[in-house]
Ligand binder design. Structure first.
Ligand code: ATP
Ligand code: MG
Length: 582
């Protein structure tokens, strides 16, 4: 494509509203424009990249046996009432009524629609398994749309839904998608990790989030430095600790000590001159309407999801100050496990607290703590379990290696749904014995438009974007430095453009009447992985300059043997991105 005839409105100024680098570069390089909060137009270059991502996703989904369909974006509210989500989905669901006063929403996801589709048609086990997917625009009225394509209100998603006759089948469908996702992200040329995520009530390893690793990512993930293990903080298992004692085995009776006005861990530790790892933090929760105390060491963070899963609860909320006073008899900051049980409160403690004694705990009394507490002697803990967040330096639960933290951007999610939707919507079939069974479902999302932003978050420098060759709008940026003054250069560049295009190489040909400096700048900004620069001097010497945008490495290709030299250079560039030659 000739740049002179392409709509690429680049910007010199960085738009103030753009907080993250992908948003800034997508605007500056003329890839997208904002219509209104969280809603964007894709300009020619932006759309090419979006389509390339979608094509790779489509190919691998098809290869894995999924079938593409296209479902409506407008969905009837009645369907959402069947699963109870009309009531529970909240404000992300954009609802409206039509002229007949019937209720509708814009689809943020399609479990209801696809289940409705299948339940009407699939009658026999012989028709299963099925995996249906679409690549489509979703709408979620996100509370804080931000970061450009990263968190839009309107965005492009690939969503797939599998239907199986039993658990074993559903596990296999899950595995197929997991493997397809790995193939997709490899082909996209991105550094990624599938991480174990919380699968809530389903349990087991049946939820993985695919994370593109980037320092600017919103999520922190725990990754093992030695093996492949990676998990969300909410899910990462903490290895059971070894025996350790704060007091050497005999701490004497528990004693009350005054801690006037000392509410926080830091204040108490400073006042009593103790380390945070000898203090027990007692947090009170309203768990489905009943009080629960969660105990972790003072230097740890309690993980509410682990608490919720341990209790098999629906809803876990931190207690309000009023509840704390009512349940413990003391203001916030002085709760402790000793004597709590008497008030009928369940106590769940992190495993790390099981072996120790010599703890400092809240006294359930304003301005006081207890010291020399032995949890087994002085109170009744209902259960010791893995209740805290993993930290850097903890041991990997798989191999014992050291855990480190990385930042990531969630670009995909595979999830075993089980019977959640099929049961609510009565998606049933007849098995070999003519007996009615409920279909077992899975759902699998990929943020197609978010991938465009993530690729840039992971690959850029001060000059601009560095696109992986598989998703760059064009693989090559061809710069003619003729500037209208040198017809020979212009002619030779035209010829190269035609030749490359004939070979099937996608070229963005900068044939504009601009100064070389601004052509170089724009090429670096737009981020095509391979730059070819033809100038008067080079032409005279029979060479063209080639620059690898990722490494900045330059070489000269002989024009006399251009086809072969270009092919070999192209291979090098692709290999640098970890991509196969195709
Ligand atoms: P998040 O936690 O980031 O809000 P989610 O858990 O709501 O994501 P899913 O419902 O699993 O996301 O959607 C599947 C994929 O769609 C996500 O992995 C993500 O890549 C993408 N996605 C979700 N919300 C947005 C959004 N607002 N803008 C762009 N992409 C999104
Ligand atoms: Mg979300």
């Amino acid at each position: 494509m000739r740049l002179s005839r392409t709509y690429v409105p680049t910007l010199k100024e960085v738009p103030a509203e753009a907080e993250v680098v992908s948003h800034r570069l997508l605007l500056r390089a003329g890839f997208i424009r904002k219509l209104t909060a969280g809603i964007y137009t894709y300009l020619p270059l932006g759309l090419r990249t979006l389509n390339k991502v979608a094509d790779i996703v489509r190919e691998e989904m098809n290869r894995a046996g999924a079938q593409e369909i296209l479902m409506p974006m407008v969905q009837p509210g009645d369907l959402w009432s069947e699963t109870g989500r009309w009531e529970f989905y909240g404000k992300e669901l954009l609802r409206f009524t039509d002229r007949h006063e019937r209720e509708y929403c814009l689809g943020p996801t399609h479990e209801e629609v696809v289940t409705d589709l299948v339940r009407g048609e699939v009658r026999s086990y012989r028709q299963l398994p099925i995996n249906l997917y679409q690549i489509q625009t979703k709408f979620r009225d996100e509370i804080r749309p931000r970061f450009g394509l990263m968190r839009g209100r309107e965005f492009v998603m690939k969503d797939a839904y599998s239907f199986d006759r039993d658990e074993a089948g559903a596990d296999l469908s899950y595995r197929l998608m997991y493997d397809a996702y790995k193939a997709i992200f490899r082909r996209l040329g991105l550094e990624f990790r599938p991480v174990e995520a919380d699968s809530g009530s389903i349990g087991g390893n049946f939820s993985h989030e695919f994370m593109v690793l980037a320092d600017t990512g919103e999520d922190t993930i725990a990754v093992c430095q030695a093996c492949e293990y990676a998990a969300n903080l909410e899910k990462a298992e903490v290895v059971a600790p070894v025996d350790k004692c704060n007091c050497g085995g005999d701490c004497g009776p528990a004693m009350e000590v005054p801690t006037p006005g000392k509410h926080t861990v830091e204040e108490v530790c400073e006042y009593l001159e103790i380390e945070a790892d000898t203090l027990v933090k007692t947090l009170l929760f309203d768990v489905d309407g009943t009080p629960v105390a969660g105990l972790v060491r003072g230097d740890r963070e309690l993980n509410e999801i682990k608490l919720k899963n341990h209790l098999g609860a629906q809803d876990v909320k931190l207690a309000t100050p009023e509840q704390v006073v009512a349940w413990t008899g003391a203001p916030v900051g002085f709760a402790g496990p000793v004597g709590l049980k008497a008030a009928g409160i369940r106590i769940i403690a992190d495993r790390e607290l099981d072996f120790d004694c010599g703890w400092v705990v809240g006294a359930n009394k304003a301005d006081a703590h207890l010291k020399s507490v032995d949890l087994r002697r002085d109170c009744k803990v209902d259960a010791y379990t893995d209740l805290r967040n993993i930290t850097e330096g903890d041991k990997c639960p798989r191999c014992g290696g050291a855990i480190g933290f990385r930042r990531g951007i969630e670009v995909g999610h595979v999830f075993k749904l089980g019977l959640k939707y099929s049961q609510a919507m009565n998606a049933v079939f007849l098995d070999e014995n003519g007996k009615e069974q409920i279909m077992v479902m899975g759902c699998y999302g990929i943020g197609v438009s978010r991938i465009v932003a993530s690729a840039i978050e992971q690959n850029h420098d001060a000059e601009g974007i560095k696109f992986p060759p598989s998703i760059a709008p064009f693989e090559v940026a061809l710069l003619s430095l003729a500037g209208g003054k040198d017809p020979e250069v212009a002619e030779a560049a035209d010829k190269l453009y035609a030749e490359l295009t004939k070979q099937g190489v996608e070229v963005l040909y900068d044939d504009r009447d601009e100064r070389p400096g601004s052509k170089f700048k724009d090429a670096d900004l737009m981020g095509m992985p391979m730059q070819l620069v033809l100038g008067g001097k080079g032409l005279k010497n029979g060479i063209i300059e080639a620059k690898d945008r990722r490494t900045g490495e330059k070489r000269e290709l002989k024009l006399a043997d251009f086809a072969a030299e270009f092919a070999s250079w192209r291979r090098t560039v692709r290999q640098g991105w970890g991509l196969d030659i195709d």
